[in-house]
Design a protein around this ligand. Structure first.
Ligand SMILES: Nc1ncnc2c1ncn2[C@@H]1O[C@H](COP(=O)(O)OP(=O)(O)O)[C@@H](O)[C@H]1O
Ligand SMILES: [Mg+2]
Length: 267
């Protein structure tokens, strides 16, 4: 059933006196049967956007809203939105074929990062060291599913062995943790490693809040890396997990999100 994140949120919503009805996705036949304000907390990405869109279609509110989920789920859309909002982020190109991939990689300079537009948990994120490696990676991908035939080629950021997950609620960065790895340059928690609290400085708050707003999210988890150019945003998660952040920092993140939801119920 519900994961710890959703249980924490449910408790906080109820303690604010809100009437909450947990919906089991297996029992939903959309567009019927949804309420007025839906807090979208599904693990399966493919279900998140249709559910948010359904709430909005029936005149309700989805938290997060459908457009922010569409934008944040796609790393290319996110990149464009971050650029538009002048939020610092690694230089990135979307390519469909190997000639274009090799051309932009040459321009960026090796090593480069090659990743799908819609991945998670660090899967299929590759560090590519040479034109030969890029060539064989693309040949290998071309032999796989067709949805893999578009790639982001991205500047490699020589970061410390950690990144920062900032939880943004509304206009504020409410909590942040370092995700520290031992060895792997991918810092996803799913790959092991440990977490430590981050003292949020004004620059980090500014970058994270602007990134969250760039995709139009009401709240989010913003992944930030430290670079020679300062903080760079890697991605924005519109259905962020927060139990680790809460445990490591002691901040009641669920309570902050619940208060945000309550504002929408009042409106
Ligand atoms: N351009 C980059 N430079 C250096 N490390 C990167 C870069 N892009 C991703 N990484 C590392 O790989 C991890 C996974 O990449 P990310 O783009 O966040 O994809 P996912 O959605 O699978 O988490 C990141 O957490 C980061 O540690
Ligand atoms: Mg990531």
């Amino acid at each position: 059933m519900a994961r710890l994140d959703e249980k924490l949120l449910l408790n906080e919503l109820r303690s604010l006196g809100l009437q909450v009805r947990p919906l089991n996705i297996e029992e939903v036949a959309a567009p019927e049967g949804l309420g007025e304000v839906g807090v979208i907390r599904l693990a399966a990405r493919s279900r998140v956007i249709p559910m948010a869109f359904t709430y909005e279609h029936s005149g309700g509110v989805a938290i997060n809203n459908a457009m922010s989920l569409i934008l944040s789920h796609d790393k290319y859309f996110t990149y464009l939105k971050l650029k538009e909002a002048r939020v610092p982020t690694p230089e990135t190109y979307l390519v469909f074929g190997r000639e274009a991939a090799k051309e932009v990689a040459r321009r960026l300079g090796y090593p480069v990062i090659v990743k799908p537009t819609d991945g998670s948990w660090g899967r299929f994120v590759n560090l590519v060291k040479s034109a030969e490696d890029l060539e064989s990676l693309i040949l290998q991908k071309a032999a796989m599913d067709s949805h893999m035939h578009l790639y982001l080629v991205q500047e490699f950021i020589n970061k410390p062995n950690r990144d920062i997950r900032v939880t943004v609620v509304g206009d504020r960065a409410v909590a942040a943790i370092y995700r520290i790895t031992n060895g792997d340059w991918r810092t996803n928690t799913a790959r092991g490693g440990k977490a430590e609290p981050v003292k949020i400085d004004p620059e980090l708050e500014d970058v994270a809040v602007r990134a969250s707003k760039a995709v139009g999210a009401y709240y989010s988890g913003v992944d930030v890396v430290e670079s020679e150019r300062g903080y760079l945003v890697l991605e924005v998660n519109g259905v962020p997990e927060f139990k680790n952040v809460q445990r490591v920092t002691g901040v009641n993140v669920a309570g902050e999100i619940a208060r945000l939801v309550a504002e929408f119920v009042k409106k």
